[in-house]
Design a protein around this ligand. Structure first.
Ligand code: LIP
Length: 283
C-alpha cells in the first residue's frame, strides 16, 4: 500500500534542511529582534522569512493543506487544529537563543491529519541533527534509530524544562515552585536547551529522561511529540491525562512512571489554550 504521507514527509525534511541553512547564515549576520507578547517574547525577520519559505514551498506541492505557523498566528491567523492535513510550524524554535547566538536553534515541522501527528521533523541547525519520525515507523537522528533512556528511577535522571517568556511574578513563582519540587525529589539535574523541540529530541535520544513545560505552544511540541513516542517515550498532560497539543501543557518522558512522578510534583497554572478555548478541568 503506498504511504500517502511519505511525499509530504520527504518535503518536510528537505525544506527543514534548506531553512536550517538560512538560519545558520543569519546567525553569522547582525540579528535584530522585536517583541510580541512581552519584552522577552522575541521575534526576528528571519523567523518570519523562514516560516514563509516553508509555507510557500508546501502550498506549491500541497495546495489544499492547512497551516498553523507561529509567526502567522502572531500576525492574526487562526490557531485551530482540524481534521484537515495541517502543517504545524515553528520556523525558529529557540528564537531567544538565535538572537543571542546561543547555539541551540531548531526548525520544527509537525504534520497532523484527523488531529493526529503523522510525522515530525526537527532540524537542530547548528548541531546539523535532523530528527525525524513517522507514526508507526520509528524515530531517527540523521537516519540512525534513536530511543529513549531505559532509566526507571527519577532520582537517577536529568529532567528538562524551561522558564518560558512570561515574567509576571505569580507565574514565575509557580515555575520556580515546580522547579524546586522536581529538583528536590531529588534528581541528578535539571536542564533546558532553550527550545522545546530540542528538549523533546533530547528525551527521544535518551539524553534526558523527561521534559515538562507549561506555556509552550502547539508549534513548539507537535513535531517532537511523535519523535518522542516513536522513540519509545510517552506524552501526557501535566495532570496525568492524555496530552492535548493545544493546551500549552506537556510532559514528554521515557517512561510513564517517570512522567507520573513529575505529575505528582508539579502544580499547573492557567494558560490560555492555543485555540482560545476555556481550559477544561483535566481528568
Ligand atoms: C520557545 C519554546 C520554549 C519556551 C520559550 C519559547 P520559540 O519557543 O521552545 O520551550 O520556553 O518561551 O516559547 O518562541 O523560541 O519558538
Amino acid at each position: 500500500m503506498t504511504d500517502r504521507w511519505q511525499k509530504a514527509m520527504d518535503h518536510a525534511v528537505a525544506i527543514a534542511r534548506t531553512a536550517g541553512r538560512v538560519v545558520r547564515e543569519a546567525l553569522q549576520a547582525e540579528r535584530k529582534a522585536t517583541t510580541k507578547n512581552s519584552s522577552v517574547d522575541l521575534v526576528t525577520q528571519t523567523d518570519q522569512k523562514v516560516e514563509q519559505l516553508i509555507i510557500q514551498s508546501v502550498k506549491e506541492k500541497f495546495p489544499s493543506h492547512k497551516f498553523i505557523g507561529e509567526e502567522s498566528v502572531a500576525a492574526g491567523e487562526p490557531s485551530i487544529l482540524t481534521d484537515e492535513p495541517t502543517w504545524i510550524i515553528d520556523p525558529i524554535d529557540g528564537t531567544t537563543n538565535f538572537v543571542h547566538g546561543f547555539p541551540f536553534v531548531a526548525v520544527s515541522i509537525g504534520f497532523s491529519v484527523n488531529r493526529q501527528v503523522e510525522f515530525g521533523v526537527v532540524y537542530s541547525c547548528v548541531e546539523d541533527k535532523m530528527f525525524t519520525a513517522r507514526r508507526g515507523k520509528g524515530a531517527f537522528c540523521n537516519g540512525e534509530p534513536i530511543q529513549v533512556s531505559d532509566q526507571e528511577d527519577i532520582r537517577q535522571s536529568i529532567i528538562a524544562t524551561e522558564f518560558g517568556s512570561n515574567r509576571e511574578p505569580e507565574v514565575v513563582d509557580h515555575i520556580f515552585s515546580n522547579l524546586r519540587k522536581v529538583l528536590t525529589i531529588p534528581v541528578h539535574g535539571i536542564r533546558g536547551a532553550g527550545t522545546a523541540a530540542t528538549n523533546m529530541c533530547l528525551v527521544a535520544s535518551g539524553c534526558v529522561e523527561a521534559y515538562y513545560e507549561i506555556g509552550v505552544h502547539v508549534w513548539d511540541i507537535a513535531a517532537g511529540s511523535v519523535i518522542v513516542s516513536e522513540a519509545g517515550g510517552v506524552l501526557m498532560d501535566v495532570e496525568g491525562g492524555d496530552v492535548d497539543l493545544m493546551s500549552r501543557r506537556v510532559i514528554a518522558a521515557n517512561k510513564r512512571t517517570i512522567g507520573k512522578r513529575i505529575v505528582r510534583e508539579i502544580h499547573p497554572f492557567d494558560v490560555i489554550r492555543d485555540d482560545g478555548q476555556v481550559p477544561q478541568e483535566q481528568g
